[in-house]
Write a protein that binds this ligand. Structure first.
Ligand code: NAD
Length: 372
């Protein structure tokens, strides 16, 4: 049975990005803000008009029905398990877990608890990525069989505190080699493949890197390429780079039998599409021509997202933050699984964990568990 009201508590200041989406859902109230750093908890609570502040999640849990976990990656699973065991629903920041053991423990706890779990993979809800998903569902690309996702973001400034001590990112993102932050790259593409074929999922992963280049203090190779082979034989190419000296950001592409989508680099400027018949074109035929994607975005953004376009547009990550919390809350109130349920979250997260094993062995293929 669904609930009619939902009281939410936020853990870790990044979780505040979820507030606007919660406030768009009738019956949902953000009642508590928790951050281990008290001045941060108080400042966030004040900025967002939240009544109660905490510095420990355990003290907050009795006051809420659901938590948003916006703390560093290595805390996600232990905090999710504590909340689930206390019969709270969980919306977790990415990635879901930092080891295969944690993946297994999280899955077992979600199943045992009967509570809802969603990973907040906000890049899936970029308007363009949603419109492409809809076009896949409508069959406009035919069968999709190749996709690319890139997350290129120079966050070297986040690897050390002002006193020179390392932050959690120095250990958990660039203190490990391989794809330590894979879901922004993978989620949107896997979401497109699943829209065509719900049975598809990552099967094996192989990963190679460029070598350590711009910051030799970390063992993490600047750029890694992770190839994901799916159980249905499709291929995805991921590039992660959190250090290179470049203005780059995100990039996505999709190839289907009837067309191609390519996003702009770091936004929708330059996004383009080609759709057409599956036939061989000789040199003398009319060459294939790209079209700008913007008119397709207007036509194919699903109505349940389009109606929130102005409300979501003002929130972070092109509205992605807004939709994650909105969808999570709506799924709890309607007593149904959220889009990015625990199995999906773990399959995506495990691609990165498998890449770390692959790169350590020179790029050998490593299997991704199904979490069925
Ligand atoms: N989805 C996205 O677009 C996106 C963007 C940025 C960060 N993130 C994710 O959000 C998470 C946080 O990243 P960040 O950049 O905000 O990190 P950060 O280090 O800037 O902030 C972490 C916050 O968590 C608090 N904290 C630490 N331990 C805590 C505990 N036990 N209980 C309560 N609070 C605690 C800290 O005081 C700090 O305020 C990470 O998992 C990161 O991957 C996601």
């Amino acid at each position: 049975m669904g609930m009619t009201r939902l009281k939410v508590g936020i853990v870790g200041k990044r979780g505040a990005a979820a507030i606007a989406g919660f406030r768009a859902v009738p019956g949902v109230e953000v009642v508590a803000m928790c951050d281990a750093h008290r001045p941060t908890a108080e400042a966030e609570a004040q900025a967002h008009g939240i009544g109660a502040t905490f510095t420990e999640m355990s003290a907050m849990l009795p006051h809420v029905d659901a938590v948003v976990i916006g703390t560093p990656m290595q805390l996600h699973v232990s905090q999710a398990i504590e909340a689930l065991d206390a019969k709270k629903h969980v919306l977790s920041e990415v990635t879901a877990a930092v080891s295969f053991e944690e993946c297994d423990a999280l899955l077992a706890t979600v199943r045992r608890s009967g509570q809802r779990y969603m990973m907040s993979e906000n890049y899936c809800y970029f308007p363009e990525n949603l419109a492409v998903r809809e076009m896949v569902r409508e069959g406009l690309f035919g069968e999709p069989y190749f996709g690319e996702g890139e997350y290129i973001h120079d966050v070297r400034f986040l690897h050390f505190n002002t006193d020179g001590s390392p932050t959690w990112r120095a250990k958990w993102q660039v203190g490990i080699n391989g794809n330590t932050y894979c879901t922004h790259e993978l989620g949107p593409v896997m979401q497109w493949f699943s829209a065509y074929d719900p049975e598809d999922r990552p099967a094996t992963v192989t990963c190679l890197g460029t070598g350590v280049r711009t910051d030799p203090r970390h063992p993490h190779e600047d750029s890694t390429i992770t190839l994901v082979k799916t159980v249905k034989g499709r291929l995805i190419k991921l590039r992660l780079d959190m250090m290179s000296n470049t203005p780059g950001m995100t990039f996505y592409s999709l190839q289907g039998i009837h067309g191609t989508f390519e996003s702009g680099r770091g936004g929708s400027v330059g996004s383009r599409i080609w759709l057409g018949e599956n036939k061989s074109v000789s040199w003398n035929d009319e060459p294939r021509k790209w079209e700008p994607f913007a008119p397709y975005l207007d036509r194919h953004l699903p109505t349940d997202y389009a109606k929130y376009r102005s409300a979501a547009g003002g929130s972070g990550h092109m509205g992605g933050d807004f939709h994650c919390s909105r969808i999570f809350a709506e799924s709890i109130l309607a007593d149904r699984e959220p889009d990015i349920d625990v199995v999906t979250s773990l399959r995506w997260t495990a691609v990165g964990l498998a890449s770390q094993q692959s790169i350590a062995q020179g790029g050998v293929p490593v299997a991704v568990p199904s979490y069925d």
